[in-house]
Structures are given as structure tokens and as C-alpha cells.
Design a protein around this ligand. Structure first.
Ligand SMILES: [Zn+2]
Length: 301
């Protein structure tokens, strides 16, 4: 028995069970954890607040999340008020000075790109109106390219020992990413001019990128579930044409888009808004493969 304990101790010394990563990243959404992993490789350890199956506007600041923020060196979120309903509570409860807004350990991806649809109206009682501009910036890979550079610099600043490694993996990633963008743009060319009804205003950056036209939303009030009255209006508006596709995201109720599809014949399609939203969307590259595949599929039926 004593020998067993001695062996166990020897093994623990040789193979410590907890390896402390150089940079502990807490991401509000899966896409930012993936981006940090693309840049940081084995130097980073990531945890994520949300999944593709929950609405990133509305989650609970659970104790498990609080403890992860408390241990984080870097918090990465979309920003532009996407997480305003839960992130301030989470940060306050975690009480980690290193990742408070304004500190280098707090990174809002949306701040590094030009946000669409900013309004002067800041009354969130009218629904999620994205007053600081649309926060769903990950749906345009050109945005991700810009954010990757800013994130790489931030990671190097926080973990200067590995600054060289971050810079070289970032350069590699950026090159692969640009190649992928060209490929996506070529494949998505037939989507140009496609008229889309979207559940929520989640896809404005994708639409701008690929030349889609957003003609309506299923949500009458952004952020609130579609109402029967509004859906009936959409039937009247589109039963004789005017739209080519109805888009919802993984976490959104499929009934409104299916209902509208049944009454208008407009093809409803589910797109992953982030990694994990479909089985094949396992990283940033396959996420865009999936989005484009599914949109192309909708044009062929
Ligand atoms: Zn939104």
C-alpha cells in the first residue's frame, strides 16, 4: 500500500494533473473561444459562457460561470450590448480586476469593426434593438480577420512570453483565412440578390458580405418572439413572392419559420450562428462552409 502511494506521488510529480495554461480565456460566445484557440494553440485554455443552442442575449450568470471568470486572464465577448443582460452581473460577481471593462483583459470583438444599424434609440424596453449597432459581427469573415489581428495583439500584451508564438500562428491563420474567404465568395456567388426573411436581425453582416437582401424579420419587435399577428401579415406580404428564403438560427424556435414556409412555399433553412450550431460546424472554417452550403441548398430545392 505504501509502495502504491509512493508510485502515485511519483506519477503526480512526473505528470501533474492540472496543467496551467499560459492564458486562461473566457469567451462569451463559442466563435471567440475558437478564434483564441486558432491564435493561441496550446498556450490557451478556453471556457465558454454560451453554446449555439442558447440565445446569447439572454443567459443566467450561473455560479460555474462566475468561477471561470474569476480565474480568467482574458474575457472575450461580442460587445455592443449583446451581453448587456448578463455579462455585467457576471463580471461584478466574479470580481476579477484583470478582466473588468477598461482593463487589457477585457476584449470586445465588436469594437474593432464598423457596426451596422446603430440607432439613437437606447430604450431596450422596445426589445433588443442593438442601439450600439448590430453585435452579431461574426457572420462576416472579413470582420473576423480584423478581430483576429486585434486579439492576437491583445494576447501578446497579456502573455508577452509567448508573443512570438501568437504572432506567427496569427500570420498563419490569417493566410489560411484569406484563402478560405476567396473560396467562400466564389461558391456563394449564386446567392447574390437572394431575398431573406430572418428570424432575428442576426445576419446583417453576412447579407452585406454576400449580397443578400433582408426583406423582413419574423420578430415584430427585435428580441421578442414572433407574434401570430405579425406572421399573418408576413403571409399576406409574401404569399405571392418577394422572398426566397426564411432563415433561423439553431437556438431559435423552428415553428414560426416552418409555419411561414407551409403557407408561402418559401424555403425555411436553419443556419448555425456559431460553432456547434450544426454537427459539421466544428470550427470557424467549417462554420462558414456550413452556412454557405445550407444557403445554396435552399436555392436548389
Ligand atoms: Zn441580436
Amino acid at each position: 500500500m505504501t509502495r502504491l502511494i509512493a508510485i502515485t506521488i511519483a506519477m503526480l510529480i512526473a505528470f501533474p494533473p492540472i496543467s496551467r495554461a499560459d492564458l486562461r480565456v473566457f469567451a462569451c460566445e463559442p466563435e471567440w473561444a475558437s478564434l483564441a484557440e486558432e491564435i493561441g494553440g496550446s498556450h490557451v485554455e478556453t471556457s465558454i459562457a454560451t453554446t449555439a443552442f442558447v440565445d446569447p442575449h439572454y443567459i443566467q450568470a450561473r455560479p460555474s460561470l462566475i468561477s471561470k471568470v474569476r480565474r480568467a486572464d482574458l474575457v472575450i465577448c461580442s460587445g455592443a450590448q449583446l451581453e448587456i443582460g448578463w455579462l455585467p452581473v457576471l463580471l461584478r460577481k466574479a470580481n476579477n480586476r484583470d478582466v473588468m471593462p477598461g482593463s487589457p483583459g477585457f476584449f470586445e470583438a465588436g469594437n474593432f469593426v464598423l457596426r451596422m444599424d446603430a440607432t439613437a434609440n437606447t430604450d431596450r424596453a422596445q426589445g433588443d434593438i442593438h442601439p450600439q449597432g448590430n453585435p452579431h459581427v461574426q457572420t462576416d469573415p472579413h470582420n473576423i480577420a480584423v478581430i483576429a489581428v486585434a486579439l492576437g495583439e491583445r494576447m501578446a500584451q497579456l502573455d508577452p512570453t509567448n508573443a512570438g508564438a501568437y504572432a506567427s500562428t496569427l500570420a498563419e491563420f490569417s493566410e489560411r483565412w484569406e484563402t478560405a474567404i476567396s473560396k467562400w465568395e466564389e461558391r456563394a456567388a449564386p446567392l447574390r440578390g437572394m431575398r431573406a426573411i430572418t428570424h432575428h436581425k442576426s445576419w446583417v453582416y453576412l447579407e452585406r458580405w454576400l449580397g443578400l437582401e433582408e426583406v423582413a424579420n419574423l420578430e415584430a419587435v427585435p428580441g421578442l418572439p414572433p407574434t401570430t399577428a405579425h406572421l399573418s401579415k408576413l403571409v399576406a406580404q409574401f404569399e405571392n413572392g418577394g422572398a426566397d428564403v426564411i432563415i433561423r438560427s439553431t437556438y431559435q424556435d423552428d415553428r414560426p419559420s416552418d409555419w411561414l414556409e407551409n403557407r408561402t412555399g418559401i424555403k425555411a433553412v436553419m443556419l448555425p450562428l456559431t460553432i456547434g450550431g450544426t454537427d459539421d460546424a466544428t470550427d470557424l472554417f467549417s462554420l462558414f462552409d456550413e452556412i454557405i452550403d445550407r444557403l445554396l441548398g435552399a436555392t436548389q430545392e
